[in-house]
Write a protein that binds this ligand. Structure first.
Ligand SMILES: NC(=O)c1ccc[n+]([C@@H]2O[C@H](COP(=O)([O-])OP(=O)(O)OC[C@H]3O[C@@H](n4cnc5c(N)ncnc54)[C@H](O)[C@@H]3O)[C@@H](O)[C@H]2O)c1
Length: 261
């Protein structure tokens, strides 16, 4: 599907990092981008810069997601592109022993559930509602192409580190549902693909001290650096614009395989 002038697109988590880079790449091709994000100030500023629309939304809320889709569609028309980048993580061991006191504790279930709610169920919520909207559109090509959906998992879906049980489960869920969703939507001309990023240089990583970032960069086989958000955006655009790309989960990671910790 060609991304052309005025193609309506939605990017969740579009106020920052990988989502923002993708929103920029879409806008550079003339797409009308709606940014769905929690971050009101950054999101509104970026949407204005890109000539798009900001929708303040928490992807865990059915009502907020419905309201955001309604606002975006009112402003730009029914979207043909959805890119899911909203996501969070935490680092807690399944069960652990305090080195000083010997106290034993386990992963709080509420913290586990929160990550699943945002990364897995939030992604599915946006996919389902967007696909239902795309099904009302006329096909664009002889193939019957109506729209394209991109999801963001993580290499942690396949090689999760210590403390990543919730994060890996959420991203493994995103990887696992890609093919069945692509199959659910095949008769409707809606394609679904997922990117598994390695370690990318985004605001999420800025929290890490420089020496940690350097060590992470050195751990990448080639090229020995963190990924640029623009490289993620390039792959997302390729998946959107290549009609034969469907039902795939693709690592984008400089050949890294994460160590246990
Ligand atoms: N940066 C990396 O190295 C890396 C690696 C693998 C996977 N990922 C995944 O890529 C995605 C984007 O990450 P990023 O590095 O760009 O992070 P980021 O923090 O820069 O951007 C994530 C955006 O999602 C938004 N968001 C978070 N929770 C939300 C919610 N409940 N509702 C709506 N918006 C919400 C945040 O406000 C933020 O703007 C995430 O799903 C992350 O898990 C990132």
């Amino acid at each position: 599907m060609e991304v052309s002038a005025n193609t309506p697109a939605i990017v969740t988590g579009g106020a920052s990092g990988l989502g923002l880079a993708t929103a920029r790449a879409l806008a550079a091709k003339g797409a009308k981008v709606a940014i769905f994000d929690l971050k009101e100030d950054e999101g509104a500023k970026m949407a204005e810069e890109l000539g798009g629309t900001f929708c303040k939304v928490n992807v865990t809320s059915d009502e907020e997601v419905d309201a955001a889709f309604a606002k975006a569609r009112e402003a730009h028309g029914q979207e043909r592109i959805l890119v899911n980048c909203a996501g969070i993580g935490n680092a807690i061991k399944t069960a652990s022993r305090d080195k000083q006191t010997g106290e034993i504790r386990h992963f709080p279930l509420s913290a586990f559930e929160f990550v699943i709610q945002v990364n897995l169920i939030g992604t599915f919520r946006c996919i389902a509602k967007s696909a239902a909207g795309m099904m009302t559109l006329d096909p664009l090509s002889e193939d019957g192409d109506r729209g394209a959906i991109i999801n963001t998992a993580s290499v942690a879906a396949e090689d999760g580190q210590m403390g990543q049980a919730a994060y890996s489960a959420s991203k493994g869920g995103v990887v696992g549902m890609t093919l069945p969703i692509a199959r659910d939507l095949m008769r409707e001309g809606i394609r679904v693909n997922t990117i598994l990023p390695g370690i990318f240089d985004t605001p999420l990583m800025n929290a890490a001290p420089p020496q940690v970032k350097e060590a992470l960069a050195a751990s990448v086989p080639f090229p020995k650096r963190l990924g640029n958000p623009e490289e993620y955006a390039k792959l997302a655009m390729c998946m959107i614009e290549t009609g034969y790309f469907n039902g795939e989960d693709v690592r984008l990671d400089g050949a890294i395989r994460m160590a246990p910790r």
